[in-house]
Ligand binder design. Structure first.
Ligand code: CDP
Length: 216
Protein backbone atom coordinates (compact mmCIF):
# COMPACT_ATOMS: atom_id res chain seq x y z
CA UNK A 1 0.00 0.00 0.00
CA UNK A 2 1.43 3.43 -0.88
CA UNK A 3 1.76 6.02 1.89
CA UNK A 4 -1.45 7.28 3.51
CA UNK A 5 -2.02 10.92 2.52
CA UNK A 6 -4.17 13.44 4.34
CA UNK A 7 -4.81 16.47 2.10
CA UNK A 8 -5.86 19.71 3.78
CA UNK A 9 -6.76 22.72 1.65
CA UNK A 10 -8.45 26.01 2.34
CA UNK A 11 -8.14 29.79 2.25
CA UNK A 12 -5.50 31.83 4.05
CA UNK A 13 -5.42 31.65 7.85
CA UNK A 14 -8.17 29.03 8.06
CA UNK A 15 -6.17 27.00 10.60
CA UNK A 16 -4.73 24.45 8.17
CA UNK A 17 -1.22 24.52 9.61
CA UNK A 18 -2.24 24.04 13.23
CA UNK A 19 -4.60 21.20 12.34
CA UNK A 20 -2.20 19.51 9.94
CA UNK A 21 0.67 19.57 12.42
CA UNK A 22 -1.46 18.03 15.17
CA UNK A 23 -2.91 15.36 12.88
CA UNK A 24 0.54 14.40 11.65
CA UNK A 25 1.83 14.04 15.23
CA UNK A 26 -1.20 11.96 16.28
CA UNK A 27 -0.95 9.68 13.24
CA UNK A 28 2.83 9.34 13.18
CA UNK A 29 3.00 10.88 9.70
CA UNK A 30 5.34 13.51 8.29
CA UNK A 31 3.94 17.01 7.76
CA UNK A 32 4.56 19.38 4.85
CA UNK A 33 3.32 22.98 4.83
CA UNK A 34 3.32 23.46 1.06
CA UNK A 35 2.75 27.21 1.44
CA UNK A 36 6.35 27.39 2.62
CA UNK A 37 7.52 26.32 -0.85
CA UNK A 38 5.78 29.31 -2.44
CA UNK A 39 6.86 31.60 0.40
CA UNK A 40 10.51 30.53 0.11
CA UNK A 41 10.38 31.07 -3.67
CA UNK A 42 8.99 34.56 -3.06
CA UNK A 43 11.61 35.25 -0.40
CA UNK A 44 14.42 34.42 -2.83
CA UNK A 45 12.97 36.88 -5.35
CA UNK A 46 12.57 39.66 -2.81
CA UNK A 47 16.11 39.11 -1.53
CA UNK A 48 17.47 39.35 -5.08
CA UNK A 49 15.58 42.60 -5.64
CA UNK A 50 13.60 40.91 -8.44
CA UNK A 51 9.97 41.71 -9.25
CA UNK A 52 7.74 38.90 -7.85
CA UNK A 53 5.58 39.36 -10.94
CA UNK A 54 8.54 38.42 -13.18
CA UNK A 55 7.58 34.88 -14.26
CA UNK A 56 11.03 33.82 -15.49
CA UNK A 57 12.73 34.99 -12.32
CA UNK A 58 10.06 33.20 -10.25
CA UNK A 59 10.56 29.93 -12.11
CA UNK A 60 14.34 30.16 -11.70
CA UNK A 61 13.92 30.78 -7.96
CA UNK A 62 11.58 27.78 -7.59
CA UNK A 63 14.00 25.44 -9.38
CA UNK A 64 16.88 26.67 -7.19
CA UNK A 65 15.05 26.13 -3.85
CA UNK A 66 17.02 24.26 -1.20
CA UNK A 67 15.57 22.42 1.81
CA UNK A 68 17.14 24.96 4.17
CA UNK A 69 15.18 27.77 2.46
CA UNK A 70 12.07 26.37 4.17
CA UNK A 71 13.62 26.85 7.61
CA UNK A 72 14.01 30.61 7.32
CA UNK A 73 12.31 32.62 10.03
CA UNK A 74 11.28 35.46 7.69
CA UNK A 75 8.78 33.64 5.46
CA UNK A 76 5.62 34.99 7.10
CA UNK A 77 5.88 38.74 6.62
CA UNK A 78 3.06 40.61 4.86
CA UNK A 79 5.41 41.31 1.91
CA UNK A 80 6.11 37.59 1.49
CA UNK A 81 2.34 36.84 1.75
CA UNK A 82 1.69 39.02 -1.28
CA UNK A 83 4.71 37.89 -3.28
CA UNK A 84 3.93 34.19 -2.60
CA UNK A 85 0.46 34.64 -4.03
CA UNK A 86 1.95 36.16 -7.20
CA UNK A 87 4.56 33.45 -7.78
CA UNK A 88 2.05 30.70 -7.07
CA UNK A 89 0.08 31.64 -10.19
CA UNK A 90 3.07 30.93 -12.46
CA UNK A 91 2.72 27.48 -14.12
CA UNK A 92 6.50 26.87 -14.25
CA UNK A 93 6.74 27.54 -10.51
CA UNK A 94 3.99 25.05 -9.72
CA UNK A 95 5.53 22.46 -12.04
CA UNK A 96 8.92 22.86 -10.35
CA UNK A 97 7.42 22.29 -6.89
CA UNK A 98 5.11 19.39 -7.73
CA UNK A 99 7.64 16.54 -7.76
CA UNK A 100 9.00 17.54 -4.37
CA UNK A 101 5.50 17.49 -2.84
CA UNK A 102 4.66 14.08 -4.33
CA UNK A 103 8.04 12.63 -3.38
CA UNK A 104 7.68 13.86 0.19
CA UNK A 105 4.67 11.62 0.82
CA UNK A 106 5.40 8.75 -1.55
CA UNK A 107 7.07 6.21 0.71
CA UNK A 108 5.57 6.71 4.16
CA UNK A 109 2.55 8.95 3.67
CA UNK A 110 2.13 12.47 5.03
CA UNK A 111 -0.24 15.23 5.98
CA UNK A 112 0.08 18.13 3.54
CA UNK A 113 -1.68 21.48 3.63
CA UNK A 114 -2.09 24.03 0.86
CA UNK A 115 -4.53 25.09 -1.84
CA UNK A 116 -4.40 22.26 -4.41
CA UNK A 117 -3.37 19.17 -2.44
CA UNK A 118 -6.68 17.33 -2.88
CA UNK A 119 -7.25 18.55 -6.44
CA UNK A 120 -3.82 18.42 -8.12
CA UNK A 121 -0.99 17.12 -5.94
CA UNK A 122 -2.81 14.08 -4.49
CA UNK A 123 -6.17 13.74 -6.27
CA UNK A 124 -6.42 10.14 -4.96
CA UNK A 125 -5.76 10.98 -1.30
CA UNK A 126 -8.03 8.86 0.94
CA UNK A 127 -8.78 11.83 3.21
CA UNK A 128 -9.38 15.36 1.95
CA UNK A 129 -10.39 18.20 4.21
CA UNK A 130 -11.33 21.70 3.14
CA UNK A 131 -10.92 24.08 6.05
CA UNK A 132 -12.78 27.37 6.10
CA UNK A 133 -13.72 30.13 8.54
CA UNK A 134 -15.37 33.51 8.08
CA UNK A 135 -13.13 36.29 6.78
CA UNK A 136 -13.31 38.37 10.03
CA UNK A 137 -12.41 35.28 12.08
CA UNK A 138 -9.44 34.46 9.87
CA UNK A 139 -8.31 38.09 9.88
CA UNK A 140 -8.45 38.20 13.68
CA UNK A 141 -6.35 35.02 13.95
CA UNK A 142 -3.77 36.25 11.44
CA UNK A 143 -3.61 39.70 13.05
CA UNK A 144 -2.76 38.07 16.38
CA UNK A 145 -0.11 35.86 14.78
CA UNK A 146 1.50 38.84 13.02
CA UNK A 147 1.45 40.95 16.18
CA UNK A 148 3.12 38.10 18.11
CA UNK A 149 5.85 38.06 15.45
CA UNK A 150 6.34 41.81 15.74
CA UNK A 151 4.55 42.88 12.54
CA UNK A 152 2.28 45.76 13.46
CA UNK A 153 -0.44 46.14 10.85
CA UNK A 154 -4.08 47.10 11.34
CA UNK A 155 -6.80 44.46 11.45
CA UNK A 156 -8.48 46.15 8.49
CA UNK A 157 -5.30 45.86 6.47
CA UNK A 158 -4.89 42.18 7.38
CA UNK A 159 -8.50 41.50 6.37
CA UNK A 160 -8.08 43.32 3.05
CA UNK A 161 -4.85 41.41 2.32
CA UNK A 162 -6.47 38.03 3.10
CA UNK A 163 -9.48 38.83 0.92
CA UNK A 164 -7.23 39.91 -1.98
CA UNK A 165 -5.02 36.82 -1.69
CA UNK A 166 -8.01 34.43 -1.49
CA UNK A 167 -9.58 36.08 -4.53
CA UNK A 168 -6.33 35.79 -6.52
CA UNK A 169 -5.75 32.18 -5.38
CA UNK A 170 -9.31 31.20 -6.34
CA UNK A 171 -9.31 33.00 -9.69
CA UNK A 172 -5.96 31.88 -11.09
CA UNK A 173 -6.01 29.64 -14.15
CA UNK A 174 -3.75 26.93 -12.73
CA UNK A 175 -4.49 24.88 -9.60
CA UNK A 176 -6.96 27.40 -8.13
CA UNK A 177 -8.05 27.31 -4.52
CA UNK A 178 -11.14 25.10 -4.50
CA UNK A 179 -12.52 22.17 -2.57
CA UNK A 180 -12.07 18.81 -4.28
CA UNK A 181 -15.43 17.21 -5.14
CA UNK A 182 -14.79 14.52 -2.51
CA UNK A 183 -13.42 16.82 0.20
CA UNK A 184 -15.16 17.24 3.53
CA UNK A 185 -15.57 20.88 4.50
CA UNK A 186 -14.84 21.85 8.08
CA UNK A 187 -15.92 25.38 9.01
CA UNK A 188 -13.85 26.45 12.02
CA UNK A 189 -15.51 29.85 12.57
CA UNK A 190 -16.99 28.63 15.84
CA UNK A 191 -14.61 25.73 16.49
CA UNK A 192 -11.46 26.17 18.52
CA UNK A 193 -8.28 24.31 17.56
CA UNK A 194 -9.07 21.38 19.90
CA UNK A 195 -12.57 20.89 18.52
CA UNK A 196 -11.37 21.07 14.90
CA UNK A 197 -8.64 18.56 15.68
CA UNK A 198 -11.05 16.12 17.38
CA UNK A 199 -13.43 16.18 14.40
CA UNK A 200 -10.68 15.81 11.85
CA UNK A 201 -8.97 12.99 13.74
CA UNK A 202 -12.22 11.01 14.04
CA UNK A 203 -12.75 11.37 10.32
CA UNK A 204 -9.22 10.32 9.42
CA UNK A 205 -9.39 7.28 11.70
CA UNK A 206 -12.65 6.11 10.15
CA UNK A 207 -11.13 6.45 6.65
CA UNK A 208 -8.02 4.57 7.74
CA UNK A 209 -10.14 1.74 9.17
CA UNK A 210 -12.21 1.53 5.97
CA UNK A 211 -9.04 1.39 3.91
CA UNK A 212 -7.48 -1.28 6.11
CA UNK A 213 -10.66 -3.39 5.63
CA UNK A 214 -10.40 -3.01 1.87
CA UNK A 215 -6.76 -4.10 1.81
CA UNK A 216 -7.17 -6.90 4.40
O1 CDP B 1 -0.59 30.58 5.91
P1 CDP B 1 -1.51 31.07 4.82
O2 CDP B 1 -2.77 30.30 4.78
O3 CDP B 1 -1.70 32.56 4.85
O4 CDP B 1 -0.74 30.87 3.43
P2 CDP B 1 0.17 29.67 2.95
O5 CDP B 1 -0.56 28.38 3.06
O6 CDP B 1 1.51 29.77 3.58
O7 CDP B 1 0.31 29.99 1.38
C1 CDP B 1 0.89 31.20 0.90
C2 CDP B 1 0.48 31.37 -0.55
O8 CDP B 1 1.08 30.32 -1.31
C3 CDP B 1 -1.00 31.27 -0.82
O9 CDP B 1 -1.67 32.52 -0.77
C4 CDP B 1 -1.07 30.69 -2.23
O10 CDP B 1 -0.99 31.72 -3.19
C5 CDP B 1 0.20 29.88 -2.34
N1 CDP B 1 -0.03 28.43 -2.22
C6 CDP B 1 -0.44 27.73 -3.33
O11 CDP B 1 -0.69 28.33 -4.37
N2 CDP B 1 -0.58 26.38 -3.31
C7 CDP B 1 -0.33 25.70 -2.18
N3 CDP B 1 -0.45 24.36 -2.20
C8 CDP B 1 0.07 26.38 -1.01
C9 CDP B 1 0.20 27.75 -1.05
Amino acid sequence: MSGFVVAIDGPAASGKGTLARRLAAALGLAYLDTGLLYRATARRLLDAGADPADENAAATAAVALLPEDLDRSDLRSPAVDRAASLVSAVPAVRAALLAFQRGFAAAHGAVLDGRDIGTVVFPDAPVKLFLTASLPTRAERRWRELAARGYHVSRAEVEADLAARDAADAARAIAPLQAAADAITLDTTTLDADAAFARALALVRSRMAARADRFA
